[in-house]
Structures are given as C-alpha cells and as structure tokens.
Design a binder for this molecule. Structure first.
Ligand SMILES: CC(=O)N[C@H](C=O)[C@@H](O)[C@H](O)[C@H](O)COP(=O)(O)O
Length: 234
C-alpha cells in the first residue's frame, strides 16, 4: 500500500497484534487468521503479525494491511524482532505492507547494522519500515536512518528502559515531539482509556496485542487478582 494511504488509514485508529508463539495454545496461522478476522469485525484497521505463514493467512482472511515481524532468537545477540536480513527476506516474500525491525542500538546477530537492513529493504521492495525502539535516543537514530514510522514496542524489554507495568506514555510524548515520523504507541496498552491517553501524548496510532489476543494472559490476570482477596460466598 502506498505510504500516505497507509498513514491516513491508521491515523487515530486501532491496530491489533495477532501473535502466538510455539508455546502458546493459539499458535498456528489458522488461529491467527480467525483472530485477525475477529479484530477486523471489531474495527481494527491493520494487523501486526509474526512470521510469513501468519502474515499470508491473515491477509487472505481479512484483506487488511499487515505490519510484519519475524521473531527469532540468535545466540550472539539479544535482538529477537527481525534481527537479520534472513528475516527481512522472509517478510519480503510474505508481501507485508510494513516491515518492522528492532532499532535498538544493541549489536545485531552477525554484526549486520540497522542501516544495512534499511538499505536492503529499500532496494528490494516497497514495504514501509517501522522501527521498534525502547528510548528516545533509539528513535532519533532510527529516523536518521530513514525509517517511516517508530513504535514504542521495546520500552520495558531492554534492560536500560523503564521497567513499568503501564504503557510508556513519556516515551510516546518524547518521540512525538522530537521525531518527524508518525509514532505508534505499542506495549502494555490494556484499556481503551490507555489508548486514548496514548493519542493525547501524540501517538499517530495504537497497537494492542495481549489485551485482545492472548486469552491465557487475560485469564491469569483474573485468577491472580481473585487469589489476593477473600471471597465471601453465601
Ligand atoms: C516485546 C515484544 O516482544 N513485543 C511483541 C512485538 O511484536 C509482541 O509480543 C507484543 O504483543 C506487541 O508488541 C503488543 O504489545 P502488548 O501485547 O503489550 O499489547
């Protein structure tokens, strides 16, 4: 999808992250296709998804634009969201509208730089590039390398970013005021009010994952809270 059209489509809207890793009960592209269809019925305008198979299944089921990542662990790096050109190539094959890269300043597997990843994408496809960051410095660096959008996804997931239970509204605000690309608020957004708060802090769009698409986590939240209070039954 053409850049401005995509940015207009997601502006002020909800993107749902439909992801289930191998150790999760809903793992599998048929489940993710259904999940994304449910998100579309609820009004989501785009889907963030992990892996070529899921991305293709989601596009076929919904027709919605996809924001693609490939999560993969490498022994020589802490980066796990689209770490190398191999994962980028898989996303190009999937035909995803947006390719999302970890844009933290940490060493990538094999020593590939963020800049090389951006050049490779620009040379080989027309997908937009989203940079997942955890700090304002990473956001500024990613914009300087030419990314199209920035997302707060990794705040709380690098040891040097705030380890908080809530969304990182402060980072959303700083990125929105200092970077000239649209800022996507992502990570631990659990309620509609938090989504609205993200927009008030300058977010262009909001991504919600767990609070919509990970029922085992939502179930656990109920159970854990219920354990902490004495329930008086009649
Ligand atoms: C850190 C990391 O691996 N984040 C992943 C990125 O794609 C997903 O597991 C999250 O579900 C997604 O970012 C949405 O966030 P939340 O599920 O908190 O709404």
């Amino acid at each position: 999808m053409e850049k401005q059209k995509f940015l207009d489509l997601i502006k002020g809207q909800l993107i749902v992250s439909c992801q289930a890793l191998e150790d999760e009960p809903l793992h599998g592209s048929s489940y993710m296709a259904k999940m994304s269809l449910a998100a579309k019925m609820g009004g989501a305008v785009a889907i963030r998804a992990n892996g070529k198979e899921d991305i293709i299944a989601i596009r076929n089921a919904t027709g919605l634009p996809t924001i693609g990542i490939v999560k993969r662990d490498y022994p020589d790096s802490d980066i796990f969201i689209t770490p190398t050109l191999k994962e980028v190539s898989e996303l190009i094959e999937a035909g995803t509208d947006v390719i999302t890269l970890d844009a933290t300043l940490r060493e990538r597997p094999g020593g590939t730089s963020f800049q090389e990843m951006v050049c490779f994408i620009r040379e080989n496809c027309s997908s937009l590039i989203m940079a997942d960051v955890s700090t304002i410095e990473e956001g500024i660096a990613a914009v300087a390398e030419g990314c199209d959008l920035i997302s707060t996804t990794l705040s709380g997931y690098t040891p040097y970013s705030p380890q908080i239970d809530e969304p990182d509204f402060d980072l959303i605000k700083k990125l929105a005021s200092r970077c000239h690309v649209p800022v996507i608020a992502e990570g631990r957004i659990s309620t509609p009010d938090e989504a609205i708060e993200a927009f008030k802090n300058g977010a262009h769009s909001v991504v919600v994952g767990t609070a919509i698409t990970r029922p085992q986590v939502l179930t656990k939240r109920f159970v854990e809270k219920m354990k902490r209070v004495e329930i008086k039954s009649s």
